[in-house]
Design a binder for this molecule. Structure first.
Ligand SMILES: Nc1ncnc2c1ncn2[C@@H]1O[C@H](COP(=O)(O)OP(=O)(O)OP(=O)(O)O)[C@@H](O)[C@H]1O
Ligand SMILES: [Mg+2]
Length: 242
């Protein structure tokens, strides 16, 4: 049986910069695959290539054995792949539920079905009470939940999450982590970019580590964390920041 997601040799160049260099990995049905790497490693770009927001220069993406390389984002979404964005961009002047309905309409043309899916996913992320507030009125943590609800309203079998716990205050993190684990229990396969190593070690079944556009490690969390190239990449970036 094929993997749910198979990524083979994905490569993306922006002018002289290689943001993704020959990245290969796979995602098993039902697992949480974590992606780590210092800033600029190419993590978000990888999501862009998988979900059709950017065309790759080389490489292939297979979903359930079917080639989806370079497919348009709405078509990738229609196949059951959702993503959340690192840079949150809800429509500020739409209400919370309207924002989620817009997401749901990527998967269904029926307003009634979209509304039902939106209500269900808002309940799941515990934002039902805020459904008639404008998106601009939400806190950062609530916007993260809105972003998750928007993705979930497409009823994905695979969701790619870009830093769900990034930029929120410490108290908000456990609730977001619980949501991710509950999604896994419900059978959704998850790929998550996460800078918080504590969170990552708690939730990931396997980890892919990137550095400067390259894959430097891929495997069991304990092994990846101890991997010399991973340790070097993080020490290097800490030194750069100092
Ligand atoms: N549209 C673009 N045009 C030009 N360069 C880009 C573009 N998107 C990303 N890059 C560059 O590609 C590299 C990888 O960026 P990417 O956003 O994928 O990194 P990241 O691992 O997600 O980083 P972060 O942890 O900061 O979110 C960076 O050097 C970035 O500046
Ligand atoms: Mg990023």
């Amino acid at each position: 049986m094929s993997m749910l997601l198979d990524v083979k040799g994905l490569t993306k160049r922006f002018g002289g910069l290689t943001a993704n260099a020959d990245i290969t990995f796979d995602v098993k049905r039902g697992e949480i695959l974590g992606i780590i790497g210092p800033n600029g490693a190419g993590k978000s770009t990888l999501f862009d290539l998988i979900t059709g927001f950017q065309p790759p220069d080389a490489g292939e993406v297979f979903l359930d054995g079917r080639r989806i390389t370079g497919l348009r984002p709405d078509l990738v979404s229609a196949l059951g792949v959702a993503r959340t964005f690192q840079k949150l961009k809800p429509f500020p002047d739409l209400t919370v539920i309207e924002n989620v309905i817009v997401g749901a309409l990527a998967r269904t043309a029926h307003m009634r079905a979209a509304r039902d899916a939106a209500l269900e996913s808002l309940a799941f992320v515990d934002l039902l009470e805020k459904r008639n507030h404008f998106a601009r009125e939400l806190s950062t943590g609530q916007r993260k939940r809105l972003e998750l609800a928007r993705g979930l309203a497409t009823q994905p079998r695979l969701i790619l999450m870009d830093e769900v716990t990034g930029g929120v205050d410490q108290r908000t993190i456990p609730g977001l982590v619980e949501l991710v684990l509950e999604l896994k229990r419900r059978g959704v396969t998850i790929v998550t970019i996460e800078h918080n190593m504590q969170v990552m070690m708690r939730i990931a079944d396997r980890i892919l580590a990137l550095h400067a556009g390259r894959r430097i490690a891929f495997g069991a969390p304990e092994e990846v964390r101890k991997d010399a190239a991973v340790v070097d990449a993080y020490l290097g970036s800490a030194a750069d920041a100092a």
